[in-house]
Design a protein around this ligand. Structure first.
Ligand SMILES: [Zn+2]
Length: 95
C-alpha cells in the first residue's frame, strides 16, 4: 500500500500513478513505475495531482521545485492517463 500525496489515502499501488524526479532533474509521470529516481504516488485522478501540487506535497515528496510549466504538463498527462482504463493484470484468473 502507498499513500497518495494528494488526498493522503492509502491505496493499492496499481490504483496509483508514480511521479518521478529523474536523476537528470526532470519531473515526469511514470505510468510503468520503472524509472529510476525519487518517486511520489498519486491517485489516477487529476484532482489529486492538482491538490498535491497546490499544497506543495509533491514538491516536498520529490524534493524538487516545480515550475508552472512542469505542473501544467503533469496535469495534462494525468488527464490523459485518467481517461484510460486500468491495464488488466496479466496471469490473473478472470472474474
Ligand atoms: Zn488521492
Amino acid at each position: 500500500m502507498r499513500m497518495c500525496v494528494g488526498c493522503r489515502e492509502m491505496k493499492e499501488k496499481r490504483e496509483l500513478i508514480r511521479i518521478v524526479r529523474t536523476p537528470e532533474g526532470e519531473t515526469l509521470i511514470d505510468p510503468g513505475g520503472k524509472k529510476s529516481g525519487r518517486g511520489a504516488y498519486v491517485c489516477r485522478n487529476p484532482e489529486c495531482l492538482k491538490r498535491a501540487i497546490k499544497q506543495k506535497q509533491l514538491e516536498r515528496q520529490l524534493q524538487v521545485s516545480l515550475t508552472e510549466e512542469v505542473s501544467q504538463a503533469l496535469i495534462a498527462e494525468m488527464n490523459r492517463l485518467s481517461e484510460m482504463k486500468l491495464p488488466e493484470a496479466e496471469g490473473e484468473p478472470g472474474t
